[in-house]
Design a binder for this molecule. Structure first.
Ligand SMILES: [Zn+2]
Length: 263
């Protein structure tokens, strides 16, 4: 379970002391979301991931750690108004401010994860700014220099989910339609993402939601995509071909997306 305690912390910027919530312990069970957001209880500990100085507004994982940018940022309009974003929750504001600081510090990892976590808090608060945060996160994920192949793959998985959850379905198909990780689980995640994208589904899913029967044949580009469409529409490959060749107006809506799959 998650336990927290308050401890006194001295802000590295203004040197004033304030009580901050510290995570004493947490445990994880269940499958993470497709963007690797942890399941309960770790998920619910997000309120304690950042500290905020009530005196000067400095936000950091540890406010005793020095700010590696000009402290003027804390007084800037951009920082004070969260760049005009009217977030529903204070937690979202805190992550967004950490994003602004990380950007000023040129700490790309922190910049990206602050935005991703900001999107998560928007999800929790039912805040539509989640889409905007994911679009911003897609810009900053590009700046991260992955240190290992595992990290590189994880970032790609997160990227796929960011695209889908920020409603960029065509881009997801274009970018990941032919991608293979050479890893069964990762390939299944991407196949599932493509399936959801074809349905225009931007909801949150966990690894547990991946259908066991996803079997997209790796091989010819066209064959793979036809299989995907068949899978999404729960029809046979022959039926997909028939639909493709027909031009019945009432069926155009659900098959409209097909054209894009053959680009
Ligand atoms: Zn302070």
């Amino acid at each position: 379970m998650t336990t927290v305690r308050d401890i006194a912390k001295k802000c590295a910027v203004c040197t004033k002391t304030s009580p901050q919530r510290m995570l004493a312990s947490t445990s994880v069970w269940g499958q993470p979301d497709l963007d690797l957001r942890p399941s309960q209880m770790q998920r619910s500990s997000i309120f304690a991931w950042l500290e905020e100085c009530p005196h000067c507004g400095y936000v950091a994982a540890d406010i005793e750690k020095e700010l590696e940018a000009s402290p003027d940022i804390l007084k800037s309009k951009e920082y004070l108004t969260c760049n005009g974003n009217e977030f529903k929750s204070d937690l979202s504001k805190r992550f967004f401010r950490r994003y602004l600081i990380s950007k000023a510090e040129k700490n790309y990892n922190s910049e990206f994860y602050s935005l991703l976590h900001c999107a998560w808090t928007c999800d929790d608060a039912d805040d539509e700014l989640a889409v905007k945060m994911r679009r911003l996160a897609l810009e900053s994920i590009e700046k991260i220099d992955a240190e290992s192949d595992d990290e590189k793959s994880n970032l790609k998985l997160i990227r796929a989910d960011l695209l889908r959850r920020s409603l960029q379905f065509d881009e997801l198909v274009r970018e990941f339609g032919d991608m293979s990780f050479g890893n069964e689980i990762m390939d299944k995640v991407i196949a599932f993402q493509l399936e959801l994208a074809a349905k225009g589904d931007s909801a949150c899913y966990t690894l547990e939601d991946i259908p066991k029967e996803v079997t997209i044949t790796l091989g010819g580009r066209l064959h793979r995509k036809l299989n995907m469409i068949a899978d999404v529409n729960r029809v046979s490959l022959t039926e997909v071909m028939e639909k493709l060749l027909s031009d019945k107006a009432d069926e155009m809506d659900s098959y409209e997306k097909m054209d894009k799959l053959f680009e």
